[in-house]
Design a protein around this ligand. Sequence first.
Ligand code: FIX
Ligand code: ZN
Length: 434
Amino acid sequence: MGTTSVKTSERKSSSAVRRLSHSQIPAEVEDVLASTQFIDIHTHLFSPAFGKIGLWGIDELLTYHYLEAEFFRSSDTAPEEYWKLSKAGRAEAIWQALFVENSPISESTRGIVAVLNAFGLPTDASGLREARRFFASQSVHSHIRKVFQIAGVSSVVMTNDPLDPEERAVWMSGGQNHPQFHPVLRLDRILCGWPDHWPRLASEGYAVDERASGKSVAEVRRFLAYWHKRMAPLYMAVSLADTFQFPDERSITSKLLREAVLPTCREFGLPMSLMIGVRRQVNPRLRLAGDAVGKADLRSIENLCREFPGNRFLVSVLSRENQHELAVYARKFNNLMPFGCWWFLNNPSIVEEITRERIELLGTSFIPQHSDARVLEQVIYKWHNTRRTLAPILAHAYQLLLADGAELTRQKIQRDVNRLFRTNFEKWTGLGAA
Ligand code: FIX
Ligand code: ZN
Protein backbone atom coordinates (compact mmCIF):
# COMPACT_ATOMS: atom_id res chain seq x y z
CA MET A 1 0.00 0.00 0.00
CA GLY A 2 1.51 3.39 -1.02
CA THR A 3 1.71 6.47 1.24
CA THR A 4 -1.14 8.17 -0.62
CA SER A 5 -3.62 5.38 0.00
CA VAL A 6 -2.60 5.20 3.68
CA LYS A 7 -3.35 8.91 3.93
CA THR A 8 -6.65 8.51 2.07
CA SER A 9 -7.86 5.74 4.33
CA GLU A 10 -6.75 7.68 7.43
CA ARG A 11 -8.70 10.65 6.17
CA LYS A 12 -11.74 8.47 5.50
CA SER A 13 -11.67 6.82 8.89
CA SER A 14 -11.10 10.13 10.68
CA SER A 15 -14.07 11.67 8.85
CA ALA A 16 -16.13 8.62 9.83
CA VAL A 17 -15.49 9.28 13.54
CA ARG A 18 -15.55 13.10 13.35
CA ARG A 19 -18.34 14.45 15.54
CA LEU A 20 -21.07 15.99 13.42
CA SER A 21 -22.74 19.31 14.14
CA HIS A 22 -26.46 20.04 13.64
CA SER A 23 -25.86 21.66 10.27
CA GLN A 24 -23.53 18.90 9.01
CA ILE A 25 -26.06 16.11 9.61
CA PRO A 26 -28.35 16.52 6.53
CA ALA A 27 -25.54 16.34 3.97
CA GLU A 28 -23.90 13.43 5.77
CA VAL A 29 -27.18 11.46 5.87
CA GLU A 30 -27.81 12.17 2.20
CA ASP A 31 -24.33 11.02 1.33
CA VAL A 32 -24.58 7.80 3.34
CA LEU A 33 -27.96 7.00 1.74
CA ALA A 34 -26.57 7.72 -1.72
CA SER A 35 -23.48 5.57 -1.28
CA THR A 36 -25.11 2.55 0.40
CA GLN A 37 -26.31 -0.28 -1.82
CA PHE A 38 -29.78 -1.40 -0.74
CA ILE A 39 -31.40 -4.82 -0.97
CA ASP A 40 -34.81 -4.62 -2.64
CA ILE A 41 -36.72 -7.16 -0.57
CA HIS A 42 -39.90 -7.47 -2.67
CA THR A 43 -40.26 -6.99 -6.42
CA HIS A 44 -41.99 -8.66 -9.34
CA LEU A 45 -38.81 -8.59 -11.44
CA PHE A 46 -37.24 -11.66 -13.01
CA SER A 47 -33.68 -12.59 -13.92
CA PRO A 48 -32.79 -13.04 -17.61
CA ALA A 49 -33.23 -16.83 -17.30
CA PHE A 50 -37.00 -16.21 -17.25
CA GLY A 51 -36.90 -14.64 -20.72
CA LYS A 52 -39.99 -12.67 -21.71
CA ILE A 53 -41.54 -12.87 -18.21
CA GLY A 54 -38.98 -10.26 -17.15
CA LEU A 55 -40.35 -6.86 -18.16
CA TRP A 56 -38.23 -3.87 -19.16
CA GLY A 57 -38.25 -0.91 -21.54
CA ILE A 58 -40.47 2.07 -22.19
CA ASP A 59 -43.63 0.29 -23.43
CA GLU A 60 -43.69 -1.88 -20.29
CA LEU A 61 -43.01 1.15 -18.10
CA LEU A 62 -45.90 3.09 -19.64
CA THR A 63 -48.36 0.20 -19.36
CA TYR A 64 -47.63 -0.39 -15.64
CA HIS A 65 -50.98 -0.89 -13.92
CA TYR A 66 -50.42 2.18 -11.70
CA LEU A 67 -50.41 4.29 -14.89
CA GLU A 68 -53.32 2.42 -16.46
CA ALA A 69 -55.49 3.37 -13.48
CA GLU A 70 -54.53 7.02 -13.99
CA PHE A 71 -55.04 6.82 -17.76
CA PHE A 72 -58.76 6.08 -17.39
CA ARG A 73 -59.15 9.27 -15.37
CA SER A 74 -57.65 11.42 -18.12
CA SER A 75 -59.00 9.70 -21.25
CA ASP A 76 -62.45 8.90 -22.59
CA THR A 77 -61.24 5.51 -23.84
CA ALA A 78 -63.32 2.73 -22.31
CA PRO A 79 -61.31 -0.06 -20.69
CA GLU A 80 -62.73 -2.56 -23.19
CA GLU A 81 -61.39 -0.45 -26.05
CA TYR A 82 -58.04 -0.02 -24.34
CA TRP A 83 -57.56 -3.78 -23.89
CA LYS A 84 -58.15 -4.31 -27.61
CA LEU A 85 -55.02 -2.24 -28.40
CA SER A 86 -51.57 -3.80 -28.84
CA LYS A 87 -48.97 -3.18 -26.10
CA ALA A 88 -47.43 -0.44 -28.26
CA GLY A 89 -50.88 1.09 -28.88
CA ARG A 90 -51.61 1.15 -25.13
CA ALA A 91 -48.25 2.76 -24.40
CA GLU A 92 -48.92 5.44 -27.03
CA ALA A 93 -52.40 6.16 -25.63
CA ILE A 94 -50.97 6.53 -22.11
CA TRP A 95 -48.08 8.69 -23.31
CA GLN A 96 -50.49 11.00 -25.11
CA ALA A 97 -53.01 11.30 -22.26
CA LEU A 98 -50.68 11.49 -19.25
CA PHE A 99 -47.48 13.03 -20.62
CA VAL A 100 -48.43 15.15 -23.64
CA GLU A 101 -51.93 16.42 -22.81
CA ASN A 102 -51.33 16.67 -19.04
CA SER A 103 -48.41 17.36 -16.73
CA PRO A 104 -47.10 14.11 -15.23
CA ILE A 105 -47.17 15.27 -11.62
CA SER A 106 -48.49 12.09 -9.98
CA GLU A 107 -45.92 9.80 -8.32
CA SER A 108 -46.12 7.09 -11.01
CA THR A 109 -46.02 9.44 -13.99
CA ARG A 110 -43.18 11.45 -12.47
CA GLY A 111 -41.33 8.16 -12.19
CA ILE A 112 -41.31 7.79 -15.99
CA VAL A 113 -39.84 11.25 -16.37
CA ALA A 114 -37.13 10.38 -13.83
CA VAL A 115 -36.24 7.17 -15.68
CA LEU A 116 -36.00 8.94 -19.05
CA ASN A 117 -33.86 11.62 -17.43
CA ALA A 118 -31.59 9.04 -15.79
CA PHE A 119 -30.70 7.77 -19.27
CA GLY A 120 -30.31 11.28 -20.70
CA LEU A 121 -33.44 10.86 -22.85
CA PRO A 122 -35.80 13.74 -23.71
CA THR A 123 -38.87 14.07 -21.50
CA ASP A 124 -40.90 16.22 -23.92
CA ALA A 125 -43.37 14.95 -26.54
CA SER A 126 -40.55 13.28 -28.50
CA GLY A 127 -39.66 11.18 -25.43
CA LEU A 128 -41.51 8.03 -26.40
CA ARG A 129 -39.92 7.75 -29.83
CA GLU A 130 -36.41 8.38 -28.52
CA ALA A 131 -36.88 6.02 -25.58
CA ARG A 132 -38.04 3.20 -27.86
CA ARG A 133 -34.91 3.63 -29.93
CA PHE A 134 -32.69 3.67 -26.83
CA PHE A 135 -34.20 0.60 -25.11
CA ALA A 136 -34.21 -1.42 -28.35
CA SER A 137 -30.42 -1.03 -28.51
CA GLN A 138 -29.76 -2.37 -24.97
CA SER A 139 -28.74 -5.92 -24.19
CA VAL A 140 -30.47 -7.26 -21.13
CA HIS A 141 -27.50 -8.41 -19.02
CA SER A 142 -25.54 -5.17 -19.20
CA HIS A 143 -28.74 -3.14 -18.98
CA ILE A 144 -29.65 -4.84 -15.68
CA ARG A 145 -26.18 -4.08 -14.29
CA LYS A 146 -26.49 -0.45 -15.32
CA VAL A 147 -30.02 -0.07 -13.93
CA PHE A 148 -29.11 -1.59 -10.55
CA GLN A 149 -26.05 0.61 -10.36
CA ILE A 150 -28.07 3.79 -11.06
CA ALA A 151 -30.75 2.68 -8.57
CA GLY A 152 -28.17 1.89 -5.86
CA VAL A 153 -29.41 -1.66 -5.28
CA SER A 154 -27.08 -4.61 -4.94
CA SER A 155 -29.77 -7.21 -5.50
CA VAL A 156 -33.52 -7.67 -5.75
CA VAL A 157 -35.93 -10.30 -4.46
CA MET A 158 -38.30 -11.86 -7.00
CA THR A 159 -41.84 -13.22 -6.52
CA ASN A 160 -41.90 -16.81 -7.79
CA ASP A 161 -45.09 -18.75 -8.23
CA PRO A 162 -44.46 -22.46 -8.80
CA LEU A 163 -48.02 -22.89 -10.12
CA ASP A 164 -47.54 -20.33 -12.87
CA PRO A 165 -47.07 -22.51 -15.97
CA GLU A 166 -44.60 -20.16 -17.68
CA GLU A 167 -42.45 -19.83 -14.57
CA ARG A 168 -42.64 -23.47 -13.73
CA ALA A 169 -41.16 -24.37 -17.10
CA VAL A 170 -38.07 -22.29 -16.28
CA TRP A 171 -37.63 -23.81 -12.82
CA MET A 172 -38.03 -27.33 -14.23
CA SER A 173 -35.37 -26.72 -16.87
CA GLY A 174 -32.51 -25.57 -14.67
CA GLY A 175 -33.97 -22.51 -12.91
CA GLN A 176 -31.77 -19.50 -12.36
CA ASN A 177 -28.65 -18.60 -10.45
CA HIS A 178 -28.20 -14.89 -11.15
CA PRO A 179 -26.45 -13.52 -8.04
CA GLN A 180 -28.51 -10.30 -8.07
CA PHE A 181 -31.96 -11.96 -8.20
CA HIS A 182 -33.15 -13.95 -5.17
CA PRO A 183 -36.14 -16.30 -5.35
CA VAL A 184 -39.18 -16.22 -3.08
CA LEU A 185 -41.81 -18.93 -2.91
CA ARG A 186 -45.14 -17.17 -3.43
CA LEU A 187 -48.18 -19.10 -2.23
CA ASP A 188 -51.27 -17.08 -3.21
CA ARG A 189 -52.70 -19.81 -5.43
CA ILE A 190 -52.37 -22.38 -2.67
CA LEU A 191 -53.31 -20.29 0.35
CA CYS A 192 -55.97 -18.05 -1.19
CA GLY A 193 -57.00 -19.85 -4.37
CA TRP A 194 -57.22 -23.46 -3.17
CA PRO A 195 -60.64 -24.20 -4.79
CA ASP A 196 -59.25 -23.27 -8.22
CA HIS A 197 -55.74 -24.62 -7.85
CA TRP A 198 -55.84 -27.87 -5.86
CA PRO A 199 -56.50 -29.86 -9.08
CA ARG A 200 -53.14 -28.61 -10.37
CA LEU A 201 -51.38 -30.14 -7.37
CA ALA A 202 -53.41 -33.31 -7.81
CA SER A 203 -52.36 -33.50 -11.46
CA GLU A 204 -48.72 -33.29 -10.37
CA GLY A 205 -49.19 -36.37 -8.18
CA TYR A 206 -50.04 -34.85 -4.79
CA ALA A 207 -52.88 -36.59 -2.91
CA VAL A 208 -54.92 -33.45 -2.17
CA ASP A 209 -58.65 -32.79 -2.24
CA GLU A 210 -61.04 -29.89 -2.58
CA ARG A 211 -61.58 -29.46 1.17
CA ALA A 212 -57.87 -29.77 2.00
CA SER A 213 -58.77 -32.76 4.17
CA GLY A 214 -57.16 -36.17 4.68
CA LYS A 215 -53.59 -36.30 3.42
CA SER A 216 -53.80 -32.80 1.90
CA VAL A 217 -51.82 -31.02 4.61
CA ALA A 218 -48.98 -33.55 4.50
CA GLU A 219 -49.01 -33.39 0.72
CA VAL A 220 -48.82 -29.59 0.68
CA ARG A 221 -45.81 -29.90 2.97
CA ARG A 222 -44.26 -32.33 0.52
CA PHE A 223 -44.94 -29.84 -2.30
CA LEU A 224 -43.35 -26.99 -0.32
CA ALA A 225 -40.30 -29.09 0.56
CA TYR A 226 -39.89 -29.99 -3.11
CA TRP A 227 -39.99 -26.33 -4.13
CA HIS A 228 -37.73 -25.30 -1.31
CA LYS A 229 -35.12 -27.66 -2.69
CA ARG A 230 -35.62 -26.65 -6.31
CA MET A 231 -35.87 -22.87 -5.79
CA ALA A 232 -33.87 -22.16 -2.59
CA PRO A 233 -36.19 -19.25 -1.70
CA LEU A 234 -35.23 -16.59 0.84
CA TYR A 235 -38.73 -16.62 2.32
CA MET A 236 -42.28 -17.76 1.59
CA ALA A 237 -44.95 -15.16 0.84
CA VAL A 238 -48.62 -14.49 0.38
CA SER A 239 -50.78 -11.45 -0.30
CA LEU A 240 -53.97 -11.49 1.76
CA ALA A 241 -57.29 -9.65 1.55
CA ASP A 242 -58.34 -7.02 4.08
CA THR A 243 -60.81 -9.63 5.40
CA PHE A 244 -58.03 -12.07 6.41
CA GLN A 245 -58.62 -13.63 9.84
CA PHE A 246 -56.42 -15.91 11.86
CA PRO A 247 -57.45 -18.21 13.37
CA ASP A 248 -60.52 -18.99 11.33
CA GLU A 249 -61.91 -22.50 11.76
CA ARG A 250 -63.82 -22.37 8.48
CA SER A 251 -61.05 -21.15 6.25
CA ILE A 252 -58.68 -23.27 4.16
CA THR A 253 -56.21 -20.36 4.16
CA SER A 254 -56.01 -20.49 7.95
CA LYS A 255 -55.72 -24.28 8.02
CA LEU A 256 -52.98 -24.52 5.39
CA LEU A 257 -51.08 -21.62 6.93
CA ARG A 258 -51.11 -23.22 10.40
CA GLU A 259 -50.61 -26.85 9.46
CA ALA A 260 -48.51 -26.77 6.29
CA VAL A 261 -46.83 -23.44 5.57
CA LEU A 262 -45.69 -22.30 9.02
CA PRO A 263 -44.28 -25.72 10.01
CA THR A 264 -42.37 -25.83 6.71
CA CYS A 265 -41.00 -22.32 7.29
CA ARG A 266 -39.81 -23.49 10.73
CA GLU A 267 -38.28 -26.64 9.31
CA PHE A 268 -36.22 -24.67 6.77
CA GLY A 269 -35.66 -21.58 8.92
CA LEU A 270 -37.50 -19.28 6.49
CA PRO A 271 -39.51 -16.17 7.37
CA MET A 272 -43.10 -15.92 6.14
CA SER A 273 -44.09 -12.69 4.41
CA LEU A 274 -47.68 -11.54 4.82
CA MET A 275 -48.88 -8.61 2.72
CA ILE A 276 -52.33 -7.75 4.00
CA GLY A 277 -55.11 -5.44 2.92
CA VAL A 278 -55.79 -5.78 -0.78
CA ARG A 279 -59.38 -5.72 -2.02
CA ARG A 280 -59.04 -7.60 -5.27
CA GLN A 281 -60.96 -6.54 -8.34
CA VAL A 282 -63.28 -3.83 -7.03
CA ASN A 283 -63.37 -2.79 -10.69
CA PRO A 284 -62.70 -5.86 -12.85
CA ARG A 285 -62.91 -3.76 -16.03
CA LEU A 286 -59.47 -2.39 -15.13
CA ARG A 287 -57.90 -5.85 -14.76
CA LEU A 288 -54.64 -5.61 -12.72
CA ALA A 289 -55.38 -1.92 -12.11
CA GLY A 290 -58.75 -2.83 -10.59
CA ASP A 291 -57.54 -3.76 -7.07
CA ALA A 292 -58.12 -1.46 -4.10
CA VAL A 293 -57.44 -1.33 -0.36
CA GLY A 294 -59.30 -2.10 2.87
CA LYS A 295 -58.45 -1.80 6.54
CA ALA A 296 -57.52 -5.19 7.98
CA ASP A 297 -57.98 -6.67 11.45
CA LEU A 298 -54.40 -6.89 12.74
CA ARG A 299 -55.39 -9.11 15.65
CA SER A 300 -54.59 -11.85 13.14
CA ILE A 301 -50.96 -10.71 13.25
CA GLU A 302 -51.08 -10.63 17.04
CA ASN A 303 -52.44 -14.18 17.10
CA LEU A 304 -49.86 -15.48 14.63
CA CYS A 305 -46.88 -13.86 16.35
CA ARG A 306 -47.99 -15.09 19.79
CA GLU A 307 -49.00 -18.58 18.76
CA PHE A 308 -45.92 -19.21 16.59
CA PRO A 309 -42.90 -17.76 18.40
CA GLY A 310 -40.71 -20.14 16.37
CA ASN A 311 -41.78 -18.43 13.12
CA ARG A 312 -40.63 -15.05 11.84
CA PHE A 313 -43.10 -12.80 10.01
CA LEU A 314 -42.24 -10.10 7.50
CA VAL A 315 -45.38 -7.96 7.35
CA SER A 316 -46.56 -5.12 5.11
CA VAL A 317 -50.07 -3.73 5.41
CA LEU A 318 -51.76 -1.78 2.64
CA SER A 319 -54.08 0.45 4.60
CA ARG A 320 -52.74 3.69 6.04
CA GLU A 321 -55.05 3.15 9.03
CA ASN A 322 -53.24 -0.10 9.95
CA GLN A 323 -49.71 1.34 10.10
CA HIS A 324 -49.59 2.51 13.69
CA GLU A 325 -51.05 -0.74 15.00
CA LEU A 326 -48.46 -2.71 13.02
CA ALA A 327 -45.61 -0.74 14.60
CA VAL A 328 -47.10 -1.27 18.06
CA TYR A 329 -47.35 -5.03 17.47
CA ALA A 330 -43.69 -5.02 16.40
CA ARG A 331 -42.84 -3.63 19.86
CA LYS A 332 -44.63 -6.60 21.42
CA PHE A 333 -43.27 -9.36 19.19
CA ASN A 334 -39.68 -9.52 18.01
CA ASN A 335 -40.67 -12.20 15.48
CA LEU A 336 -42.50 -9.47 13.53
CA MET A 337 -40.63 -7.30 11.01
CA PRO A 338 -42.68 -4.48 9.47
CA PHE A 339 -41.53 -3.72 5.95
CA GLY A 340 -42.20 -1.32 3.12
CA CYS A 341 -44.75 1.30 2.21
CA TRP A 342 -46.69 -0.79 -0.23
CA TRP A 343 -48.45 0.21 -3.48
CA PHE A 344 -50.93 3.07 -2.71
CA LEU A 345 -48.74 4.01 0.27
CA ASN A 346 -45.64 4.55 -1.83
CA ASN A 347 -46.18 8.30 -2.13
CA PRO A 348 -43.86 10.80 -0.43
CA SER A 349 -46.51 12.24 1.92
CA ILE A 350 -47.47 8.81 3.24
CA VAL A 351 -43.97 7.31 3.24
CA GLU A 352 -42.89 10.27 5.32
CA GLU A 353 -45.64 9.80 7.88
CA ILE A 354 -45.17 6.02 8.17
CA THR A 355 -41.39 6.18 8.38
CA ARG A 356 -41.39 8.85 11.10
CA GLU A 357 -43.87 6.78 13.08
CA ARG A 358 -41.75 3.62 12.68
CA ILE A 359 -38.50 5.34 13.69
CA GLU A 360 -40.18 6.83 16.76
CA LEU A 361 -41.60 3.48 17.83
CA LEU A 362 -38.99 1.02 16.56
CA GLY A 363 -35.66 2.82 16.10
CA THR A 364 -33.86 0.96 13.31
CA SER A 365 -35.57 -2.41 13.82
CA PHE A 366 -37.71 -2.37 10.66
CA ILE A 367 -37.26 -2.39 6.87
CA PRO A 368 -38.37 0.99 5.53
CA GLN A 369 -39.08 0.17 1.91
CA HIS A 370 -39.25 -2.28 -0.97
CA SER A 371 -39.85 -1.20 -4.55
CA ASP A 372 -42.55 -3.65 -5.72
CA ALA A 373 -41.12 -2.96 -9.18
CA ARG A 374 -42.74 -4.92 -12.03
CA VAL A 375 -40.65 -3.34 -14.75
CA LEU A 376 -36.87 -3.27 -14.37
CA GLU A 377 -36.19 0.45 -14.74
CA GLN A 378 -38.79 1.32 -12.06
CA VAL A 379 -36.15 0.58 -9.42
CA ILE A 380 -34.39 3.76 -10.58
CA TYR A 381 -37.17 6.15 -9.66
CA LYS A 382 -38.60 4.21 -6.76
CA TRP A 383 -35.27 4.02 -4.92
CA HIS A 384 -34.34 7.57 -5.86
CA ASN A 385 -37.63 8.76 -4.35
CA THR A 386 -37.15 6.65 -1.23
CA ARG A 387 -33.72 8.21 -0.62
CA ARG A 388 -35.07 11.69 -1.27
CA THR A 389 -38.00 11.26 1.13
CA LEU A 390 -36.02 9.49 3.84
CA ALA A 391 -32.98 11.79 3.96
CA PRO A 392 -34.68 14.67 5.82
CA ILE A 393 -36.57 12.26 8.09
CA LEU A 394 -33.41 10.47 9.21
CA ALA A 395 -31.52 13.76 9.45
CA HIS A 396 -34.25 15.17 11.70
CA ALA A 397 -34.11 12.10 13.94
CA TYR A 398 -30.32 12.55 14.33
CA GLN A 399 -30.65 16.27 14.95
CA LEU A 400 -33.07 15.57 17.78
CA LEU A 401 -30.65 12.98 19.16
CA LEU A 402 -27.80 15.49 19.00
CA ALA A 403 -29.91 18.12 20.74
CA ASP A 404 -30.67 15.60 23.46
CA GLY A 405 -26.96 15.18 24.12
CA ALA A 406 -25.64 12.33 21.94
CA GLU A 407 -22.46 12.38 19.85
CA LEU A 408 -22.99 11.66 16.18
CA THR A 409 -20.57 10.40 13.58
CA ARG A 410 -20.85 9.25 9.98
CA GLN A 411 -19.88 5.79 11.18
CA LYS A 412 -23.01 5.60 13.35
CA ILE A 413 -25.23 6.85 10.53
CA GLN A 414 -23.69 4.28 8.19
CA ARG A 415 -24.29 1.50 10.71
CA ASP A 416 -27.97 2.48 11.00
CA VAL A 417 -28.54 2.80 7.25
CA ASN A 418 -26.91 -0.59 6.73
CA ARG A 419 -29.23 -2.08 9.29
CA LEU A 420 -32.39 -0.54 7.81
CA PHE A 421 -31.68 -1.33 4.19
CA ARG A 422 -29.52 -4.45 4.39
CA THR A 423 -28.77 -6.27 7.60
CA ASN A 424 -32.27 -6.49 9.09
CA PHE A 425 -33.17 -8.48 5.99
CA GLU A 426 -29.90 -10.40 5.77
CA LYS A 427 -30.18 -11.52 9.37
CA TRP A 428 -33.76 -12.71 8.93
CA THR A 429 -33.15 -14.61 5.73
CA GLY A 430 -29.53 -15.69 6.10
CA LEU A 431 -28.76 -13.88 2.85
CA GLY A 432 -25.02 -13.35 2.50
CA ALA A 433 -24.22 -15.80 5.29
CA ALA A 434 -21.25 -17.97 4.32
O1 FIX B 1 -49.44 -8.84 -4.30
C1 FIX B 1 -48.47 -8.12 -4.54
O2 FIX B 1 -47.29 -8.49 -4.39
C2 FIX B 1 -48.76 -6.73 -5.04
O3 FIX B 1 -47.65 -5.93 -4.81
C3 FIX B 1 -49.09 -6.73 -6.51
O4 FIX B 1 -49.88 -7.79 -6.84
C4 FIX B 1 -49.70 -5.42 -6.96
O5 FIX B 1 -50.42 -5.60 -8.15
C5 FIX B 1 -48.62 -4.42 -7.17
O6 FIX B 1 -47.96 -4.45 -8.18
C6 FIX B 1 -48.38 -3.45 -6.18
O7 FIX B 1 -47.42 -2.69 -6.23
ZN1 ZN C 1 -45.90 -7.02 -4.87
